[in-house]
Design a protein around this ligand. Structure first.
Ligand code: C2E
Ligand code: MG
Ligand code: MG
Ligand code: MG
Length: 288
């Protein structure tokens, strides 16, 4: 119980221990129960990936895709990453998940290549904790080699949080990723504690405009202006800009008029299973 109280105190972001309450017990049981279920799901193969295309609007052409994890739970059904990634991020479990995603993505590209399809870059989401860990770059380069996939076919999406927490380490790791020809995107741009200083210090390739700005970019002037500003910032810094969560023609038109040409969202494609993506690649892809 002392351990649990300590854990809860830590959860609350304090250094001091607290008295243990029944309410804490249920929170902790739920969390630790979930952790062991995540471990089990990894070993039993209950996770799978879906892929959401990114499109270049001008030519309605698929440029690449983002891999998104799903949990097919035997009794609870499909569980969204929004529910389990934050829990996994509190421990080293997230590293196991992220490694599984990298392995799975490269394995899938190898399969697509064997099927004679043109393979396109796939972006994976990495937790900040994993980015700054010692093991990431070695893991990636070993897997690239194992599956015979070039680094340019892998991209990494990272949210702003870690870039601010540990910039020095990010600079080191990103330099190693660049040496492997891997592209780096800032995900959900504008929603974290945006600091413009990291933009000049890190070897970034892409900013992804968060869907919360896209949602009303065609109906609220503040959102329109925020999108416009992010697009101009990206252009001035020679970064690629991608809008995510584009659901309507009107949002896409607005973003295009502001200078954004690459889109990801339900209006174009929903995330899809690997075989559906293969069909799309067969008819729609071009050399990356
Ligand atoms: P994200 O990386 O920003 O991914 C975009 C999310 O927006 C995805 O939700 C995607 O399905 C959703 N989305 C795409 N287009 C639209 C649209 O037009 N409208 C709406 N309403 N939503 C759209 P998803 O797959 O539930 O993932 C949520 C978050 O979970 C991701 O946000 C990412 O932060 C995290 N995540 C997902 N897969 C992984 C993973 O493999 N590893 C890690 N570490 N995190 C992951
Ligand atoms: Mg992402
Ligand atoms: Mg995002
Ligand atoms: Mg997000």
């Amino acid at each position: 119980q002392a351990d649990i109280a300590m854990y809860c105190a830590k959860e609350k972001g304090r250094d001091n221990a607290q008295f243990f309450t029944p309410e804490m017990a249920s929170v902790v049981t739920k969390k630790f129960g979930f952790e062991s279920e995540i471990n089990e799901a990894l070993s039993l193969g209950h996770f799978f990936l879906v892929y959401q295309p990114k499109v270049f609007m001008e030519k309605a052409r698929v440029l690449g895709m983002e891999a998104l994890i799903r949990w097919n739970h035997p009794t609870k059904g499909l569980i969204s990453p929004v529910e389990f990634i934050p829990i996994a991020e509190e421990s080293s479990l997230i590293i196991k998940i992220d490694e599984w995603v990298i392995d799975q993505t490269l394995k899938q590209q190898n399969i697509w290549r064997d099927q004679g399809l043109t393979i396109l870059p796939v972006a994976v989401n990495l937790s900040g904790r994993h980015l700054v860990s010692d093991s990431l770059v070695a893991y990636i380069s070993e897997k690239l080699e194992h599956y015979g996939i070039e680094g340019r076919l892998l991209e990494i999406e990272i949210t702003e949080g870690i870039l601010l927490q540990d910039i020095q380490r990010c600079i080191e790791v990103m330099a190693e990723l660049k040496a492997l020809d891997i592209k780096i995107s800032v995900d959900d741009f504008g929603t974290g504690y945006s600091s413009l200083s990291y933009l000049k210090r890190l070897p970034l390739d892409t900013l992804k405009i968060d869907q919360s700005f896209v949602e009303e970019c065609d109906s609220h002037i503040e959102d329109t202006k925020i999108c416009e500003t992010i697009i101009h910032l990206a252009r001035n810094l020679e970064l690629t800009i991608v809008a995510e969560g584009v659901e309507t023609a009107s949002q896409a038109e607005m973003l295009r008029s502001l200078g954004c040409e690459i889109f990801q969202g339900y209006f174009f494609h929903k995330p899809m299973k690997s075989h559906e993506l293969a069909t799309l690649l067969a008819k729609d892809s071009v050399e990356a």
